[in-house]
Design a protein around this ligand. Structure first.
Ligand SMILES: [Zn+2]
Ligand SMILES: [Zn+2]
Length: 280
């Protein structure tokens, strides 16, 4: 029996003879149901059209993403540590070539996901790497489309995955939305891997939203809280969830200024730069 994959959000469901009646991720107000109607694919069908490509982003950090782009188009990250490789976030497509390459790089000691949108086919990935544990914050458990014993639901505000790898719950986009702090990143100055808990904008600023496709913002106190949670963590580089969504340098300063800009925008502050007071 195939494990059906939603073509809009890319999340995989348990093995079944027929596709699920609907997609719980797409029916949520953070996403949307395909206007042409709910559609499904399978890994076997995808193997005819897709492949994964790898790209080194800095020493010890590699991206892996599918071509052509599928569903929401995120790429995952492979973070190396003294304890082994950790996959940060996941993608829908997996084939034997991908497994061969990652095993040649040392395999995976775990998979950590920022939030349910990026679980994708994570259970199939885990099974392909010896049932390596998958970490998702417990507050997002209700959004898991393919429950499985490999899923570990962590609680609290912080989880030390390895010597230099910490998961930090920020909330916001989802109640359990998390980021990964990699202390060895950026030549030891620290890197923050954010998925879309903190979203890199096209202009290389940052934003924080309940829904990105539906453009539903978060409130100012929630964004202030995210900034306060991340304040103690040093980082120079910030990697969002897509290939081009990276802030290579001074990312902590960018975050500070973007939070102020965001709060001014959503609170209607007269300090908003460029505002003339005109309603149009
Ligand atoms: Zn979906
Ligand atoms: Zn998301």
């Amino acid at each position: 029996m195939p494990a059906f994959i939603c073509t809009t959000c890319g999340c995989q469901y348990p093995d079944s003879d027929t596709p699920p009646g609907g997609c719980l991720i797409c029916q949520d107000d953070r996403q949307y149901v395909n206007p042409a109607g709910q559609a499904w694919t399978t890994m076997a069908a995808m193997r005819k059209n897709y492949f994964n490509a790898f790209r080194q982003l800095e020493p010890g950090l590699m991206g892996v993403g599918s071509f052509p782009a599928f569903a929401i188009g995120q790429r995952a990250l492979i973070v190396s540590s003294p304890a082994g490789n950790v996959l940060w976030d996941c993608i829908s497509f997996l084939d034997d070539m991908t497994v061969t390459i990652i095993n040649a790089l040392g395999g995976l000691v775990g998979i950590a996901c920022s939030h349910p949108h990026f679980l994708a086919s994570v259970v199939e990935w885990s099974h392909a790497f010896g049932n390596t544990p998958v970490y998702l914050h417990a507050m997002d458990r209700q959004y898991v489309t393919r429950p499985d014993p490999v899923l570990n639901y962590w609680e609290g505000d912080r989880l030390e995955l390895a010597d230099c790898i910490s998961l930090i719950r920020c909330g916001g986009h989802f109640p359990g939305s998390s980021v990964l702090h990699w202390a060895q990143g950026a030549g030891g100055r620290g890197a923050l891997l954010t998925g879309d808990t903190v979203q890199v904008r096209p202009d290389k600023g940052l934003t924080y939203m309940h829904s990105y496709p539906n453009l539903i913002p978060l409130d100012a106190p929630t964004v202030r809280r995210i900034a306060a949670i991340l304040d103690p963590w040093p980082f120079e580089t910030l990697y969002g969830g897509w290939w081009e969504r990276v802030i290579p340098a001074r990312a902590k300063m960018v975050m500070a200024s973007s939070v102020e800009q965001y709060v001014r925008a959503v609170t209607g502050s007269p300090e908003r730069s460029g505002s003339t007071g005109s309603p149009i």
